[in-house]
Each structure stands twice: as C-alpha cells, then as structure tokens.
Design a protein around this ligand. Structure first.
Ligand code: SF4
Ligand code: FES
Length: 325
C-alpha cells in the first residue's frame, strides 16, 4: 500500500467562478482502479466530489474521464497502468491528474453534459432498417459479414474517442468518431436497407473534416479504431456514387495532386473540396497568412515524383485485388 496524490478537476457552476484543481492523498495498491480512488475520496474525504460510474466492468461506458491527459475508463484503469513501481510513487510523491473529458461542457466536477452526443446519436438512426418481417425465414449472415460489424458494435458510447478529437474541438457539425462508428456498423450490415441514406448523413455530418489525428484510436478502450472506420466510410460512399461530395472531392484532389507533382497541393485543397463554400474561410486564410503558415504558391514537381505515383498505383491495385477476393 502506498499513498499517491491525486490532483482532481473541481467545478461547481453554481458556486465557482472558475474551475480549480484540488489535491487528495489516497492509499492505493497496484490494483486499485481510478474509479475506486474516486469512491474512496467521496466516501472518506470529500462527499461533494461528483463523477459517474455504473457497471464497474468496462461495459456501460459511463465512467470515461481523462487521467494524466489521456481519455480512459476509470473502472478499467488501474494504478499499475500509470505507475510502474508503487515504492517509487511513495518516495517521489507522484501525482496523478484526473479531469473531465475534453470537447464537452462540464455539468459538475468530472461529469460532462452528454446531451449533445445523444442528439447526434438520434441523427444517425442507431437501429436496423429492414424489409425483413417476422414471417420471413431466418436471415443467416456469413461469418465474414458478422466479422465486419462485430468490432464496431462493441462500442459502449463512453465518448473517450471524442475527447481528443481535433475536428470536434473546432467543428460542432462534425458527427465525431463515436457516431461515425455507429454509421459504419449499420452500413456494413447486409440486412439494413438504408445504406445510401446513412452515407448521406455521414457526409452531411462533415465526415471529410476528420484530420486523422488518430487520437480516437489511442483512446478507445474497446480497440475499435474509429479513424479507420471513418476512412472506410469515405471509400464506401465513393463506391455508392457519392462522388460530388466534400469527401470525394477531397480524395480526388489528393490523388490528382500526387499524380501531377508527387505531393499534395495544400493551398488548393479548400477550393477543390468546398467550392464556393471556401468564401467562409477567407478570415481563416488571412489569419494563416499573417502567421506565415501559408503553403507554397506553386506546387512544383518533386524529385522522385514517378516513384511516388508508382507506389500509389501499387497500393490501389492491392486494394482492388483485396476487394475481389
Ligand atoms: S468508439 Fe470506442 S472510445 Fe468511442 S465511444 Fe465507442 S467505445 Fe468509446
Ligand atoms: S463503470 Fe461502466 S464502463 Fe466504467
């Protein structure tokens, strides 16, 4: 047993003008979970500390929060995941910081407002739309079809993936990794008859704006890899004929630039992707220019351009071959 110091985010909008951090010393072993630490503090030191916890078994998704800057499930994260050696923790007075998830409003302390997530969830129709009736025969799925959705349907809606998402931080209209994973789950289900509508919803939910920071992959306690699901949704949307969309135009410009010069023509990306919509970004462009961050005006052909394009073609052929298998 060692004493570890926990620095915890506190904020009660009814009393506090600003959030602050409060320190608590808690007896821990290697196997003490963060959820148990919070329970101990609430029971023995400070009954006003507010947090969410349900199943205690990484199933219900209610206990996600940030520990030392990373989104985790409090019930699944043990002290041994954070501190290698308890003895060292005691000697060096290691501190562990606990905060609410990012990209959300705080209701109190570690409790975030989940309403915006549930509103977005309704938009993506999280149910099967099918013509199959009770009178029809049992609809058997192949193992491959089951495998394709199995992983995505493990999502427990903990919102951890949304926390580190750079796009959600800037764009309220972005559905986010959690909801796009839900879209993927039904798009890949052969019994569902609303694939096209779902892909349109994803497109209207700004799926193109995903910047692939991959923080959602890091955060997901169920190893679902939401960013990969979003990338696959782009491809499926294209195959379904959604070609005059932001996602498709974005991908097309990417490929066209590589073919022409061997590198991405960054400055033309907003124009090619957004068309006239780019006008709304003029203030941002001016801001970028004044900070000296403008990409080069001319996109010159790079040395090794042919090799780059050969690699693109090899990757494309491999992907096509995989689809046919
Ligand atoms: S995809 Fe993973 S991190 Fe995101 S809500 Fe689902 S379980 Fe949580
Ligand atoms: S309490 Fe249910 S997932 Fe942590």
């Amino acid at each position: 047993m060692s004493v570890i110091i926990f620095e915890i985010f506190r904020y009660d909008p009814e009393k506090d003008e600003e959030p602050y951090y409060k320190k608590y010393a808690v007896d821990c072993t290697q196997t003490t979970s963060i959820a148990s630490v919070l329970r101990k503090i609430k029971d023995r030191a400070d009954g006003s500390l507010t947090f969410r916890k349900g199943c205690g078994s990484a199933i219900c998704g209610t206990c996600a929060l940030k520990v030392n800057g990373r989104a985790v499930l409090a019930c699944k994260t043990k002290i041994s995941d954070l501190v290698e050696d308890m003895h060292e923790a005691e000697q060096e007075r290691i501190e562990i910081r606990i905060e609410p998830l990012d990209n959300s409003d705080v209701i109190k302390d570690l409790v975030i407002d989940e309403k915006p997530f549930w509103e977005k969830l309704k938009k993506v129709m999280p149910w099967l739309n099918t013509n199959i009736t009770e009178q029809d025969e049992e609809q058997l799925m192949s193992q491959e079809e089951v495998d394709a959705i199995n992983h995505a349907q493990d999502c427990i809606h903990c919102h951890a993936c949304n926390s580190g998402c750079d796009t959600l931080a800037e764009d309220d209209g972005f559905l986010g990794p959690e909801m796009l994973t839900k879209v993927y789950r039904f798009v890949k289900d052969p019994r569902d008859n609303s694939t096209f509508t779902r892909l349109e919803i994803a497109e209207k939910g700004n799926m193109t704006n995903c910047v692939r920071s991959y923080s959602c992959i890091d955060a997901c306690p169920k190893d679902i890899s939401p960013a990969d699901k979003i990338a696959e949704l782009h491809e499926i949307a294209y195959d379904y004929g959604l070609k005059d969309t932001r996602a498709a135009r974005h991908a097309k410009h990417f490929v066209d630039s590589l073919k022409k010069t061997g590198k991405l023509d960054e400055k033309m990306m907003p124009v090619k992707t957004l068309g006239l919509g780019v006008v709304g970004f003029i203030p941002d462009t001016i801001r970028i220019a004044t900070k000296g961050k403008m990409p080069p005006l001319f996109n010159r052909k790079i040395k090794g351009h042919k090799e780059v394009w050969d690699l693109v073609e090899i990757a494309h052929d491999k992907k096509e071959a995989k689809k046919e298998r």
